[in-house]
Design a protein around this ligand. Structure first.
Ligand code: RI2
Length: 326
């Protein structure tokens, strides 16, 4: 039987759509949702043979994989679950896959709280933290600091074009943190009042480069110039194994309409024949070189970015073919 006959459960397709449209967003949340979707596929699959079951799972994983290209937590989650799919019968394959997904999701949650405790050690009572975008790993550090009685304040960058800074503002206010919301262009001015820049990551490369929301690299360069340390909170599922063999991380380009509405496009000349063409580019992420990062905080400890490759080798070893390509 060929792969055309695979059956992907509608719930997997719905999760893939939600990830692509960013109704589910943030690297850790995407990984969690993808693992949950594979568990649902395993539960609901009515494949008659082990081969058909495995084919359906791989097809579901491929559909999830193809949604967003930059956050490596997504393929890392899919790999973990598919590598846990073991057994000679459909029933054994089903239960091992569901178990692998549950274990992955539990470890994800534990890793984030452990990371939070480690990151909180870098924060002192009264510190002002500047954030970019919305990262649950970064917020875990602040939450752990608050739990241990360390009060902090936050300066939150709006984070155009999708304004995920608003989510960070809401979450931190719910935790009782005083918040100052600024537009992205004001960041350098407010670095004078900042003790730490704290961001998350979508992928970390073997050389210690941090791939995170567009604008992170400019913020980090400015922070270095002002002497403000840059702390990256990233669970080890953000480590990108393929970069150990020199592969670069794909930067997702998103829709023009996130930047410029159809009405705005018309207002500045639209596509009128007498006007030169207008191109809008909307990269979702950028790359911050390791020299602008002071520490990468993971659940395994905090690392200078240049030494992260040691942890990557320990966790991933040699890279192999993707399980959904089988
Ligand atoms: O895993 P956590 O720390 O929650 O988020 C990590 C990163 O994911 C987000 O990407 P997007 O908003 O999905 O494009 C941001 O870039 C954020 O820093």
């Amino acid at each position: 039987m060929d792969s055309d006959q695979s059956v992907v459960d509608p719930a997997v397709t719905a999760t893939a759509d939600d990830i692509a449209a960013m109704r589910i967003r943030g690297a850790a949340t995407i990984a969690d949702a993808a693992a949950a979707a594979l568990a649902t596929q395993a539960e609901r699959s009515d494949a008659a043979t082990p081969a058909a079951f495995e084919r359906d799972l791989r097809a579901g994983a491929r559909e999830l994989y193809e949604t967003r290209p930059t956050a490596v937590s997504l393929p890392n989650a899919l790999r973990y679950v598919l590598r846990g799919m073991e057994g000679e019968t459909v029933s054994a394959l089903r239960s091992s896959t569901i178990d692998a997904a549950e274990t992955f999701r539990a470890e994800l949650e534990q890793a984030q709280s452990k990371l939070g405790e480690i990151g909180a050690n870098r924060l002192r009572d009264g510190d002002v933290v500047m954030t970019h975008c919305h990262s649950t790993d970064a917020l875990a550090c602040i939450e752990a600091a608050l739990e241990s009685g360390t009060a902090v304040e936050a300066i939150i960058k709006e984070t155009r074009p999708r304004k995920q800074g608003h989510i960070t503002a809401q979450r931190l206010r719910e935790l009782g943190v005083p918040v100052t919301l600024i537009v992205d262009n004001a960041a350098r001015r407010y670095l004078d009042e900042t003790d730490h820049v704290l961001v998350g990551a979508d992928s970390i490369a073997a050389d210690g480069s941090v791939i995170n929301k567009i604008g992170t690299s400019g913020l980090a360069v400015n922070a270095r110039e002002r002497g403000v340390p840059v702390m990256v909170a990233a669970q080890t599922i953000k480590l990108h194994p393929d970069t150990m063999t020199g592969q670069t991380v794909a930067i997702e380009m998103r829709a023009e309409t996130e930047v410029l509405s159809a009405d705005e496009r018309t207002a500045i000349g639209g596509d009128a024949d007498e006007m030169p063409p207008l191109r809008v580019e909307n990269p979702a992420f950028d790359v911050t070189p390791p020299r602008y990062v002071d520490a990468i905080v993971t659940e395994r400890g905090q690392f200078p970015p240049e030494s992260i490759v040691t942890l990557m080798r320990e966790l991933f070893g040699e890279t192999t073919a993707e399980p959904w390509d089988g």
